[in-house]
Design a binder for this molecule. Sequence first.
Ligand SMILES: NC(=O)c1ccc[n+]([C@@H]2O[C@H](COP(=O)([O-])OP(=O)(O)OC[C@H]3O[C@@H](n4cnc5c(N)ncnc54)[C@H](OP(=O)(O)O)[C@@H]3O)[C@@H](O)[C@H]2O)c1
Length: 328
Amino acid sequence: MEAFNALVADRTVNGVKCEIRRLSADQLPPGELLVRVAYSSLNYKDALAAAPDGNVVKTYPFVPGIDLAGTVVSSEDGRFREGEEILATGYGLGVTHFGGYGEYARIPADWAVPLPDGLTLKEAMICGTAGFTAALSVQALRDNGVVPEGGPVLVTGATGGVGSVAVAILSKLGYEVTASTGKPEAKDELLGLGAASVIDRGELTPAVPRSLDKQRWAGVVDCVGGKPLAAVLGGVKYGGTVAASGLTGGTELPATVFPFILRGVRLIGIDSVFVPMPARRRTWELLASEYRPVKLHELSSEIALADVPAAMAVMLAGKSKGRNVVKL
Ligand SMILES: NC(=O)c1ccc[n+]([C@@H]2O[C@H](COP(=O)([O-])OP(=O)(O)OC[C@H]3O[C@@H](n4cnc5c(N)ncnc54)[C@H](OP(=O)(O)O)[C@@H]3O)[C@@H](O)[C@H]2O)c1
């Protein structure tokens, strides 16, 4: 196999720098599947992987990219054959194991999901980890009894990857979605995705948040965490459910127990990284069918490997919108 392009993050005296380098197959980590990567995507964790204080990657030089979709070039595992289209997200990919920002990747067969019918390789990466996390969050609301008739469902960080896919899925399923955003200029886009209303994120975090506030939300998909999540808990209706997956708004949770013990509010943690394979496949099947966003392609922009570092900086500044699909 010839040398191929990969985006390599490496330490410099000033921090971490990403640049395109030529790699050979023997520089790839061990694994049963050699994959010709067609698309990857950009997630918040990828941006952290290339940030000096991101605490995601421990050893450099490193190829980030927690998502990939492509074609199996060679397989040492009976479950996958040459020419098969697969996707992989999470586990150690792009964290401890070279990820999707290379034209080729070698991965353990245990991490691979056969591309479900109903999604192309590109569409799988429009979803990517962010869309997979949105789907897990929606499923958590449904599993905990949140139904469209129950009233409005709030999505925080609504213009981001997890948020925008969650808005699209929930509105497709008939929920009345309130989208919270820090980008007032994105209001029309969010309404176009299916939100019934859009609120400014500042509205959710008053100077003095109340432990118990007016009961507004039947459910919440939150990828922001921090004070905004703590403040939102007080506005959840009796018996409502909050699915929490992220930390863009902070890692502390300065909340009281009152929403839990007086209103039976459920706070469900969402992890996308180590979801066991049967549930992982089921969630991808849902993304390819019932949950598949109607305007899937409108959620994303396609970028090249060389554009990734600039897109990472936009993301870390909290200014990213929708999903960036990386074409290899
Ligand atoms: N648990 C898991 O397995 C898992 C999986 C995927 C992602 N995540 C986490 O989920 C979060 C979102 O990931 P993503 O890929 O969707 O990132 P993203 O595309 O950058 O979206 C994050 C959104 O959060 C909002 N935001 C940014 N800074 C904020 C701040 N200081 N206060 C409040 N809101 C802020 C912004 O939306 P608005 O401007 O619209 O408010 C932003 O677009 C990240 O923390 C990521 O690590 C976790």
